[in-house]
Design a protein around this ligand. Structure first.
Ligand code: PEP
Ligand code: MN
Length: 355
């Protein structure tokens, strides 16, 4: 390793790649060497202990994989990152000089486990990345961050790997971008990494998810790679070869949050002012809309009519969807928007009914 871990941690974009699982020493070393050769990867990841949904699936090679990683680091020069879920994992990983630890999605959900890992990290100086919990719950994610921060870990980051949702979607784990954005808003000092591999669960849409993350100003990416992806012992469908990874990284348009040009800033400022005005107007109009709906409620109350009239609601929605299309607004957005307006309106009307 030519650079210090601190320098690597501060690199933007920070790219971490490597196999879902360490399988054999040859596989780990060859992956590391081929990743290092691309010149685009900053750290090697590999799962040593794998939390799997069902017993009988490959549950990780265990401690015997750690010397393989140490060797891969020596040969390739890449620092190594490993998932830890118990105090023993932390102890073993540190014994083998693992450079970056991460807490997996199935661990973040469990405060007992996170606390156990945190206690094992007390007084240790090692960067830790915390994956979002499997379920879309920002408080759990925040709780894990607080537990790890409390024991004195200062290099802390987040990995957004998507959230479980019921039923099949195009993703293995729904990204729910708004949750990651909110987490970043609450913790601007934390590194925010995107893990397209576990969001997508398949390789054909990795690039578009990675690009979206970069467009949203993420600090880096963690993407799984394997020397023979189809034969990987875990997560075969989502892995790519180191060379495919490099090609994908070449296709990403790297954006900057800021540039220095005065003209650019002024133009941006004017557009932002416009957005603020429009948002103010929208809110005023929404306020007026609620007043009208309160008048309707008074009228309904006097005449003993129910608050919700399904036919009228369908009529409003159909009308809105038709108009939305002409205005270039998606049906999905308009439906969500009107649902929210409707709920607010019902709550205003309920107040009138109960007064
Ligand atoms: C992994 O990174 O291979 C892994 C198990 O991920 P997650 O915790 O996001 O499921
Ligand atoms: Mn995996």
């Amino acid at each position: 390793m030519n650079q210090t871990i601190e320098e690597i941690w501060n690199k933007r974009p920070l790219i971490i790649s490597g196999p879902c699982s360490a399988e054999t020493e040859e596989q780990v070393v060859e992956t590391a060497v081929r990743l290092a050769k691309t010149g685009k990867v900053d750290a090697l990841r590999a799962g040593i202990w794998k939390p799997r949904t069902k017993p009988g699936m490959f549950e990780g090679i265990g401690v015997k994989g750690l010397p393989w990683l140490a060797n891969a680091k020596k040969i390739s020069g890449l620092p190594i990152a490993v998932e830890v879920a118990t105090a023993k994992h932390v102890e073993m990983a540190l014994q083998f000089d693992v450079d970056i630890l991460w807490i997996g999605a199935r661990t973040t959900v469990n405060p007992f486990s996170v606390q156990e890992v945190a206690d094992a990290l007390r007084g240790v100086d090692v960067p830790v990345l915390i994956k979002n919990p499997i379920n879309p719950d920002l408080e759990l994610w925040t709780g894990a961050v607080e537990r790890i921060a409390k024991v004195g870990i200062k290099d802390l980051g987040l990995i957004h790997r998507g959230f479980s949702s019921y039923g099949n979607t195009e993703y293995r784990n729904a990204p729910m971008w708004h949750l990651a954005i909110e987490m970043k808003r609450r913790n601007p000092e934390l590194l925010m990494i995107n893990d397209p591999s576990h969001i997508c669960g398949r390789r054909d849409i990795l690039l578009e998810v990675a690009q979206k993350a970069i467009d949203l100003d993420y600090d880096g990416l963690m993407i799984e790679s394997h020397i023979d992806p189809d034969k990987a012992w875990s997560d075969a469908k989502q892995q790519v070869t180191p060379e495919e990874l490099a090609e994908m990284l070449d296709h990403i348009v790297w954006r900057r949050e800021d540039i220095n040009s005065e003209e650019f800033h002024q133009a941006l400022e004017r557009l932002r002012q416009q957005i603020n005005h429009l948002d103010d107007e929208l809110m005023q109009i929404l306020g007026q809309r609620m007043k009208v709906s309160e008048k309707i409620a008074e009228y309904k109350k006097e005449n003993n009519i129910t608050i919700l009239q399904t036919n009228r609601w369908n009529e409003i929605l159909n009308r809105a969807c038709q108009r939305a299309e002409k205005l270039g607004l998606s049906k999905e957005f308009i439906t969500k928007y009107f649902d929210a307006v409707h709920m607010e309106s019902i709550s205003h009307q309920t107040k009138i009914f109960n007064s």
